[in-house]
Design a protein around this ligand. Structure first.
Ligand code: TRH
Length: 350
């Protein structure tokens, strides 16, 4: 087109991505998403992790792109990739640091997601070190001043074309006529009984993910009212999305599922990863504000996180549009991978 600016073609990049699994599945879940999204753009990623076990169900072998290789900790010997990502301050192996001192790659620390205001202040800052290396801090987030959220290209179109009844039938949990569907992925949660009672007010199929949800929710005949439950196996990340897309209410936990719940656009309850110093309460409060949740939904989120008494389940009819509105706002921002590549390329060019 005459007069249009010439876009520089995006180079293919090589990344080393280091991930130590602290607890649960969010660390490796986020790293896997990041690695596969980079590979889909033509990049090559060596994912080094001390615990790849969850990848067996998150990313079954047939679903793994050629551009990603998984390495046991401490990773490949020899030369570091031009871009090294340290996920969540996991502390790089000594041999990797030694290799990095020889080539001085772009070293990026990918931080945890939060809606708190410190994220904008800290995003993109460098931290020089006494050995001459420099580490950059990259913060995911909800505002244009942050690194954005993980979101695959084409996600909205796939979501829009999805047939939930067909998918539920294939999983062996067909929905009955007029029944609503809820998904439960949670930590231990004293508000669970209150949620169950509230869900029993109308015909509901409650789908339980492995872990606390299946351990804590009694299954079978003792359930009150109109509620029936079904226990699911661990699903691939792709099918976990399908599960969230099939539901009218998603109770999700941790950071990665928070984002997937948002992209699903259904009514959502979020349980933050509980921290001993109660730091998660500030995260919940910031998320309620950032998503501009209506007051009854905000109250339910606080109750779900042990910050207030449970006062009932908000009507889904008002709750769902609020999540959808937040999602639509966030969809207008650049996704995390677009921003991270841009950030890395700028620093590679010095
Ligand atoms: O598993 P989590 O509780 O991980 C947590 C959080 O990330 C927390 O912030 C972190 O500090 C702590 O770990 C150490 O929740 P999260 O983040 O949602 O990660 C779950 C991953 O598992 C996510 O990528 C979705 C995926 N998943 C599937 O792929 N299939 C499934 O069936 C289920 C239930 C989850």
């Amino acid at each position: 087109m005459p007069g249009a600016p010439m876009e520089r073609p995006s180079p293919s990049l090589r990344w080393d991505l280091y991930c130590r699994v602290v607890d649960n599945f969010g660390d490796v879940g986020v790293c896997w998403r990041l690695a596969t999204q980079l590979a889909a753009l033509g990049d090559t990623v060596r994912l080094v992790t001390d615990d790849p076990s969850a990848l067996a169900w998150m990313a079954p072998p047939g679903a793994r792109p050629a551009g990603v290789s998984v390495w046991p900790w401490p990773g490949p010997a020899g030369v570091a990739a031009p871009i090294v990502v340290e996920a969540f301050g996991c502390e790089l192996p000594a041999a990797t640091l030694e290799a990095m001192r020889r080539t001085d790659p772009v070293w990026i620390n990918l931080e945890y997601l939060s809606a708190e205001t410190y994220v904008e202040r800290s995003h993109g800052l460098p931290s020089p070190r006494s050995d001459g290396l420099r580490k950059w801090f990259f913060y995911p987030g909800f505002t244009p001043g942050t690194g954005g959220l993980l979101r695959e290209p084409g996600l909205a179109a796939r979501r829009a074309a999805f047939d939930r009844d067909a998918w539920l039938r294939v999983q062996g949990v067909p929905r009955r006529e007029g029944e609503r569907v809820a998904t439960l992925f949670c930590y231990d949660n004293p508000a669970l009984d209150a949620l169950r009672s509230a869900l029993a007010d109308a015909p509901t199929l409650l789908l339980l993910t492995p872990g606390p949800a299946q351990r804590l929710v009694p299954q079978g005949t003792s359930l009150p009212g109109h509620l029936r439950t079904a226990a699911l196996p661990w699903l691939s990340q792709e099918d976990f999305d399908h599960l969230l897309w099939s539901s009218d209410l998603n109770a999700v936990r941790g950071e990665d599922s928070f984002v997937r719940g948002l992209w699903a656009g259904a009514a959502m309850l979020w349980q933050a990863y509980p921290q001993h110093d109660a730091a998660h309460k500030a995260k919940v409060e910031a998320a309620i504000g950032q998503l501009a949740l209506p007051s009854d939904v905000g109250a339910a989120w606080r109750a779900w996180n042990g910050m207030a008494p449970w006062r009932g389940l908000p009507a889904l009819a008002g709750w769902q549009p609020a999540i959808e509105a937040a999602r639509d706002r966030l969809w207008r921002q650049d996704d995390l991978v677009t921003q991270l590549r841009h950030f890395a390329i700028q620093r590679l060019r010095g």
